[in-house]
Design a protein around this ligand. Structure first.
Ligand code: TRP
Length: 330
């Protein structure tokens, strides 16, 4: 690989990604491809920390892989692979479990949130999830991890584990930084614009735009989105619905908030919503076209996954072997 910094990120195959994932993460991943050595993975081992239906998980993995390619991630520029195909993740994860403290993991707010939903039988994997995440990142000598604010605590723990290990055994791991970009678009729910748009929405499907939703449905969801009643297209904290639509429109068209407010000053919400719907549909249309082609081509998908596995596996094993040697394994 060329001498560029390494970017590492990924997503769980737990349902179809949303417009929020696209504008908040995927679009940045695309931009990184020319400036960095990028590694993007599908975190299927993380996904099984909550129960998954096997057939559905398999489908989700394939679809997410195809979607990575459909949005424009490029196999010639980036390494794209499925986590569970690279055994080093599980191996390093076990080792790092022995260098991570119960107290540290107990403080993770994501664990507290997710475990509350599990009743009395909380899978241990949910508890050690951040250790697996540390293995993901550290195996590839990652410089930068672009993730949302909700992952900050995990990334800090990854750094702590890496520093602890290096203090004991020498410079084994690169200490990664969280990538803090220009304010990436944070897309809120369409029905509940005070909360982030979520992929795992169960109550109200109209709250979320999935990238593989029918294009008419996407348009309708936007037109039906919740807004206030003063009919003025203005970017303001007390107008969360309109503020969200302005952010979406701005992220796609690259127009500034000012420009957008001027453009729609006299047009009312109806016309503005139609305009937002249109740019969303036109942004997503070609992605869906490419997705439909890729998902049909089983041989190509399989070959691409294999290629990703081989490249990732080689890189990961280099770090893993170093680690095993250092701690005294043969
Ligand atoms: N925890 C991340 C999430 O829920 C997914 C993830 C797992 C990840 N391992 C990672 C992201 C390593 C970046 C780097 O969004």
């Amino acid at each position: 690989m060329e001498n560029k910094k390494i970017i590492f990120s990924g997503m769980q195959p737990s349902g179809i990604p949303t417009l929020g994932n696209y504008l908040g993460a995927f679009k940045n991943w695309l931009d990184f491809q020319d400036k960095y050595n990028c590694i993007y993975f599908i975190a299927d081992m993380h996904a099984i920390t909550v129960r998954q239906e096997p057939a559905k998980l398999r489908k989700n993995i394939k679809e997410l892989f195809a979607l990575y390619l459909a949005i424009g991630l490029d196999l010639d520029k980036s390494i794209i692979y499925v986590q569970s195909s690279v055994p080093a993740h599980a191996e390093l994860s076990w080792i790092l479990n022995c260098y991570t403290y119960m107290g540290e993991l107990s403080r993770m707010t994501q664990f507290k949130d997710k475990s509350q939903k599990q009743g009395n039988n909380i899978p241990t994997g949910l508890f050690t999830y951040p250790v697996l995440q540390a293995s993901d990142i550290l195996l590839y000598q990652t410089d930068l991890v672009p993730v949302g604010e909700d992952q900050r605590q995990h990334i800090e723990l990854v750094r702590d584990i890496a520093i602890r290990f290096n203090n004991l055994y020498g410079d084994i791991f690169k200490i990664p930084d969280m990538y803090i970009g220009k304010v990436g678009a944070k897309v809120m729910g369409l029905q509940n614009p005070t909360k982030k748009m979520s992929k795992s929405e169960t109550d109200n499907k109209n709250n979320t735009i999935y990238l593989l939703d029918d294009l008419n449905l996407i348009s309708n969801k936007i037109k039906r989105s919740v807004t206030d009643s003063d009919n003025e297209v203005r970017y303001s904290e007390d107008k969360p619905g309109i503020k969200n639509l302005i952010s979406i429109y701005s992220a796609i068209t690259k127009k500034s908030i000012d420009e957008i407010e001027k453009e729609f000053m006299y047009s009312g919400y109806g016309n503005f919503k139609s305009a937002v719907a249109e740019v969303c549909v036109e942004e997503i249309r070609p992605i869906q076209q490419r997705f439909n082609e890729i998902i049909k081509d089983k041989a190509f998908l399989e070959q691409s996954m294999k290629e990703g596995y081989e490249k990732a596996n080689n890189m990961a094993n280099k770090t893993l072997f170093k680690v095993k040697r250092k701690i005294g394994m043969i």
